[in-house]
Design a protein around this ligand. Structure first.
Ligand SMILES: [Zn+2]
Length: 442
């Protein structure tokens, strides 16, 4: 029997982490004699859903076991979720979905929709009733949406890996002390096999979170071998309770599939819109940089937020007439701006020539001339030479931008955003999965 176990929404800002529940289950299920047929999948869903303040990640475990073990496995999963889920937070609504056998098309489609937009709990429930062996929703049951989407998303297209290492309970909530030199060394040795280890502008390590969750660090990369090697290079001043390699859609732009017309934009969805810059960029309170984009069906504001650092400088250099493709999440207007795309990526397709009209130089003495009024020609300031026939001269200025793809710095990047170094390294669809040994400890 092939069993898919989707789990979502077990954590809160105060603690917990759904990947940690997956990591605990790896150990417990293997001890029961269950065989994993894939790395645990860490599936990032639409990052713009209004009720999520963090990464919006769900997990799916895909295992093979004897039919007779079904009750044992279900009981084990329930125990681990109920013991480790952050149930005391009113906003935490855990969900678990069990599916036996091949993943049907309807669930794959649902999973696609959950990455690209908003899906309802009713829709999830109706699919679970029709297709799935069993599901458990706690409290408001919203976690069923992500749990079902994780089952349906088998990461058949481009994917990456993350080794996540976890802390012992007694250390959670304390500052994480990782050796900076070991992180720098790892980043140097691994090159483009891992990504987003450090923020290049600030040299701040990005592998460790800052909250009370049990994650000590996570190393993202192209292959299980790479993240394993990289993870083992990190030196921590506290013991590691366990680590697991996840397969994930992080760093793949999976949420930016569809291309939209501005008139079709809806809040809380990730979009890709091509158009023409129609207003000079401007700064709004908070240091955010905004410009207006038009595509013939409407206009929308595009915002580069203050934490995006130098990315704002790119936006600042745009001029009306530039052709760009903007990607990001749509949010409702707020009184200062209208409907807005929070930029996660900006592609500059074509730059408009920047023409400056200058007064002519005096043909007699070379001095600077001034206009005698519209259509009345120019007069030299130095020698008083006048000529009604002179015109302004057009000078084409060098733009301090080049066509290409621009991204916010890694410290401000979404989990799903594809870093520049991954362009051209996308994995071909439907590659067979082989488990690298070891892929978990213990
Ligand atoms: Zn002159």
């Amino acid at each position: 029997m092939i069993l898919h176990i989707g789990i979502d929404d077990t954590d809160s800002l105060e603690g917990g982490c759904t990947t940690y529940i997956a990591a605990l289950l790896v150990e417990r299920l293997i001890n029961l004699g269950v065989r994993f047929i894939d790395y645990p999948n860490l599936v990032r869903l639409n990052p713009n859903v209004p009720w999520k303040t963090r990464g919006n990640g769900a997990v799916c475990l895909r295992v093979e076991a004897d039919q007779s073990m079904e009750d044992l496995i279900v009981g084990c999963v329930m125990d681990v979720v109920e013991e480790n889920g952050w149930f005391e937070d009113v906003k935490t609504e855990p969900g678990i979905v069990f599916h036996i056998g091949d993943v049907p098309e309807a669930l794959k489609l649902f999973a696609e929709e959950a990455v690209h937009g908003l899906v309802s709990l009713e829709y999830a429930k109706s699919l679970i009733e029709r297709h799935c062996a069993m599901a458990l929703g706690y409290k408001g049951m919203r976690g069923l949406i992500g749990a079902l989407a994780a089952v349906g998303n088998q990461l058949e297209g481009d994917h990456t890996y993350e080794l996540l290492a976890y802390r012992r309970p007694e250390n959670r909530g304390r500052p994480r002390r990782l050796s900076l030199s070991s992180i720098l060394e790892m980043d140097h040795v691994m090159g483009s096999e891992t990504f987003n280890n450090l923020d290049p502008e600030t040299l701040r390590p990005l592998i460790a979170p800052h909250g009370p969750d049990p994650v000590l660090f996570g190393v993202r990369g192209e292959s299980p071998e790479a993240v394993h090697r990289a993870g083992m290079m990190i030196e921590a001043e506290e013991p590691i309770e366990r680590w697991v390699i996840f397969r994930t859609n992080q760093g793949t732009d999976a949420h930016l599939g569809g291309v939209s017309r501005i008139s079709d934009l809806r809040p809380h969805t990730p979009v890709v819109v091509s158009g023409v810059v129609s207003s000079p960029p401007r700064v709004i309170p908070g240091g955010h940089m905004i410009f207006t984009l038009e595509d013939g069906t409407g206009r929308v504001e595009c915002a580069a937020y203050e934490p995006t650092g130098r990315f704002r400088e790119v936006v600042r250099s745009l001029i009306p007439g530039d052709e760009v493709r903007a990607s990001g999440g749509v949010r409702e207007g707020d009184g200062i701006t209208g409907l807005t795309i929070n930029l996660e990526k900006l592609e500059i397709l074509r730059l408009k020539d920047l023409i400056l009209l200058l007064n002519p130089a005096c043909p007699v003495c070379g001095g600077s001339m001034e206009s005698m009024g519209r259509g009345k020609g120019f007069r030299c300031r130095r020698c008083d030479f006048k000529d009604r026939g002179l015109r302004k001269r057009a000078v084409r200025l060098e733009r301090d931008l080049k066509p290409g793809v621009y991204l916010p710095p890694p410290r401000a990047m979404r989990h799903l955003t594809k870093p520049l170094q991954r362009y051209g390294r996308e994995k071909r669809p439907n590659q067979p999965i082989k488990l690298h040994q070891p892929w978990h400890w213990p």
